[in-house]
Design a protein around this ligand. Structure first.
Ligand SMILES: O=C(O)CCC(=O)C(=O)O
Ligand SMILES: [Fe+2]
Length: 247
């Protein structure tokens, strides 16, 4: 499938067009010459000189390379894309093992006001420290699966960075997802470096600028399972008094 068609599919452009109303529903926009009188004051309409909001250009990153995503108060955010980091056969074999053998479970998170919701995907966590996000903690787990230990060494060698933890995500099908988030928990330090490795079916990873929110949205079309591994460095957090909804 051509690139453009695939993107259109992902964005749902093949969905049934909306029913067009018989009558135009657009609000009447007065011309410059028109004016309103209300009471003792009158108002005149002027077309705005500048666009009200610049819509950022959408860019698709598919080729290997280093990309500068944004420049913010804490520095430049960079992305390095390495397609084909593993040979296909090796990747397929690792994927089957991880799918069958990791201790996948569905995590419960809490909204600001304390209401609970289940994450629309399965996860598991490795590291000497627990990892807290969305007001719920994943417990420390030092029992690394041998495939994950091998992958961590390979990723460290390729990236030149050390990682002490790993968050694994399993998207069982196209309905599983991860919403917009920024991986900016204090335990990741002020300038987190994350190595993300994906196995299995392909999904669209969307990225916005400062402070680098990203998501893997649900898709309209069937998708097979996909595993994403994010190698991270976690630092101990200073003790905090526990608030009402801090878990
Ligand atoms: O599945 C992905 O590619 C994204 C995962 C992610 O953003 C995360 O675990 O923080
Ligand atoms: Fe993330």
């Amino acid at each position: 499938m051509s690139d453009k068609r695939q993107r259109a599919r992902v964005q749902g452009s093949w969905a049934k067009p909306l029913h067009k109303p018989q009558q135009p529903t657009a609000q009447h926009v007065p011309s410059a010459a028109e004016s309103w009188k209300c009471g003792p004051r009158s108002f005149e309409f002027h077309q705005p000189v500048d666009p009200i909001r610049e819509i950022p250009v959408e860019k698709v990153i598919e080729n290997a390379g280093d990309y500068e995503i944004s420049q913010g108060p804490t520095g430049v955010s960079r992305l390095r894309l390495i397609p084909g980091f593993l040979q296909q056969e090796e990747a397929d074999c690792m994927f089957s093992k991880l799918l069958a053998e990791l201790p996948w479970s569905q995590k419960t998170n809490y909204r600001m006001m304390g209401d609970a919701y289940e994450e629309p995907r399965l996860t598991c966590w490795y590291g000497e420290l627990p990892y807290t996000y969305s007001r719920s903690a994943m417990q420390a787990n030092t029992q690394w699966h041998p495939v994950l230990t091998t992958l961590c060494l390979g990723v460290e060698q390729k990236s030149g960075h050390k990682f002490n933890s790993l968050l694994c995500n399993l998207y069982r099908d196209g309905k599983d997802s991860i919403g917009w988030h920024s991986d900016n928990e204090p335990s990741l330090g002020p300038q987190p470096i994350i190595a993300s490795l994906s196995l299995g079916d392909t999904r669209v990873f969307s990225l916005r600028k400062q402070p680098l929110p990203h998501q893997v949205a649900k898709e309209y079309h069937d998708r097979g399972p996909r595993i994403n591994l994010t190698f991270r460095t976690i630092y101990p957090e200073p003790e905090r008094p526990s608030g009402r909804f801090v878990r």
